[in-house]
Design a protein around this ligand. Structure first.
Ligand code: FES
Ligand code: MG
Length: 566
């Protein structure tokens, strides 16, 4: 049998049951039922991943973006075909959006591969949607450009500015401490997020947009354009035109997401003081192209990468300030001697070429190397008997006086236990203790939620305690702050030592030594381990697939079968 000619446009990926031409004939006749002219159907196809959803506030502008992308595709000579995939919005999903990131990635990968398209535009914004699309695109390896929805604007309100969701946490903590009234907290509720777009601080969505820009999957300068700015629509139009230009230029996501590009993204994550979640997502994206993110390498990079961006939750500004201050072109320029210059973006242009000239910079939000926000990076990995495969601390959002600490553990067995007891006036806890939450990792039904920001017990909050050492095998919102050790690996439900910790045990945290140790004699631990049994797996569906397949945090919490090489 002779090989079919290389097909493009609607002819791509036609089924072959012995008469390929008939399959294409059928496809065309059904496409014609949608009213396209033959001339349109002869064009190359740009698939547009549409993650608009009434459940997803961060994606409220997606219908407008799809229209603008289509305009760009049509003007450049392509046929734009938008299609829906799973849309993930942080506050809308139970048990947590993280539980569904891999589902969105799988959906994206499958549809990019199954449907006829020569290139794709990936429209996404919220925390999990951006990494899911990058994971899916890396695996499908279709030429693709990503268009993020962009951040919301902060709301001027009675002399301050508010935005989701660092200010949500700040006000809620004050409310728990009895410093903000019931009426006031309800009034604030309607002022925290008042425009379309993703959270307005350097949370996970913003961090991922900046990393996608660093990787070269989002055009440089486009990641931080506010959602409601006219430039966002122009960026969409440009993304559509760019996708058409990608056709025939053979750059694939797997050539963009390389070891050097990943290391650049890690540097940028550190310089942003970015979200801890981004580390898991970047690890998962890297895993799709066979690259391993090493947490010990993260520590080396962290020691030589200053935090330069002064945004909440660690600093002062909001994403609109970062964008106006020069955004990623300015930050990458500032970091240029620390970055690899060879990685190419989706158009095949190297980072070195993209950084040919200095960019405008406003030093209020993007500092000079000589005057950093912090001389070292925002994140560190900790290792030790409590975290043999690592744990993460966002030191840029933590209290330095708590960095070296040996103290008593106050342990919660899971989320329900935490909810039941944290505010119990009889809880035996002092500000000097370490709060430990276990059984909230990726293997649990909780699905590794952003529960690592354990509330300060209300008795202590009311007494003025603002921070305590807290640790768990789950995650923390990118918009949160505190001395919080996350992603303890292996997790409790996976047989990690965290599962053996009991209230009253001593734990030693040393940020200086990058260590986290459980100070319990080996024989006691052996006895506890003999009595331990793994949790029961869910019986069916997605939950069962996750329980069978999900990897630990140090491997990006991807499904094992979805990594490069399975
Ligand atoms: Fe979507 Fe924050 S909830 S970006
Ligand atoms: Mg978030």
């Amino acid at each position: 049998m002779t090989e079919p000619p290389i097909r493009r446009g609607l002819a791509r990926n036609t089924a072959n049951y012995g008469d390929r031409d008939f399959a294409l004939y059928l496809r065309r006749s059904f496409a014609k039922s949608m009213g396209y002219s033959q001339a349109m159907l002869d064009r190359p196809v740009v698939g547009i991943v549409d993650t608009g959803s009434d459940y997803n506030n961060c994606h409220r502008t997606v219908p407008d973006l799809v229209e603008a992308v289509k305009r760009g595709v049509l003007a450049a000579g392509g046929l734009p075909l938008a299609f829906p995939t799973v849309s993930l919005c942080e506050p809308s999903l139970f048990p947590t959006s993280m539980h569904y990131r891999n589902l969105a990635a799988l959906d994206t990968e499958a549809m990019l591969k199954a449907q006829p398209m020569d290139a794709a535009v990936l429209i996404g914004g919220c925390d999990k949607t951006v990494p899911a699309q990058l994971m899916g695109a890396a695996s499908a390896d279709v030429p693709a450009v990503q268009l993020v929805t962009g951040p919301m604007l902060a709301t001027p309100f009675q002399g301050e500015r508010l935005s989701a969701c660092t200010d949500c946490r700040r006000y809620w903590a004050a409310y728990r401490a009895g410093k903000v009234s019931e009426d006031r907290i309800h009034e604030i509720e309607g002022r925290l997020a008042t425009t379309a777009g993703t959270c307005g601080v350097m949370g996970t969505a913003s961090t991922m947009a900046c990393l996608a820009e660093t990787l070269g999957m989002v055009p440089l300068g486009h990641g931080s354009i506010p959602a409601v700015h006219a430039d966002r629509l122009r960026a969409a139009e440009e993304a559509g035109a760019l996708a058409v230009r990608l056709i025939g230029n053979s750059v694939r996501p797997s050539q963009v997401i390389t070891p050097h590009a990943i290391e650049n993204a890690l540097r940028v994550l550190l310089a942003l003081g970015g979200s801890t979640n981004a580390l898991i997502h970047l690890t998962a994206i890297a895993g799709r192209v066979g690259v391993r993110v090493d947490l010990r390498r993260l520590n080396e990079l962290s020691d030589s990468t200053p935090v330069l961006v002064d945004l909440k939750p660690t600093g002062e500004g909001y994403m609109e300030d970062f964008h106006a201050a020069g955004g990623m072109p300015a930050l990458l320029w500032e970091l240029r001697d620390l970055l690899h210059h060879d990685p190419i973006d989706v158009t095949g242009v190297t980072l070195g070429e993209r950084l040919a000239e200095p960019a405008f910079v406003d030093r209020r939000y993007i500092r000079a190397r000589s005057e950093p926000v912090s001389p070292v990076g925002g994140l560190v990995a900790l290792f030790g008997s409590l975290a043999p495969r690592g744990a993460i601390l966002k030191r840029s959002a933590a209290t330095q006086s708590l960095f070296e600490k040996e103290a008593r553990a106050v342990v919660f067995d899971g989320l329900e236990d935490l909810a039941n007891r944290i505010d119990d006036p009889g809880l035996d806890v002092t500000a000097d203790d370490i709060l430990v939450l276990k059984n909230a990792g990726p293997l649990t039904p909780a699905g590794m939620p952003e529960a690592g920001y354990l509330p300060i017990p209300s008795s202590l909050a009311r007494a003025g305690v603002k921070d305590m050492v807290r640790m768990s095998d789950c995650r923390m919102s990118g918009t949160a702050f505190g001395t919080i050790v996350l992603h303890i690996t292996p997790e409790a439900a996976g047989g990690g030592p965290l599962g053996l910790v009991e209230s009253g045990d001593r734990i030693r945290l040393s940020v200086a030594h990058r260590s986290l140790d459980l100070l319990v004699p080996a024989e006691d631990l052996a006895r506890r381990r003999a009595a331990w049994s793994p949790p029961q797996k869910p019986q069916r569906g997605w939950d069962r697939l996750v329980a069978d397949q999900v990897l630990q945090a140090d491997e990006g919490c991807d499904l094992a079968m979805l990594r490069a090489g399975g």
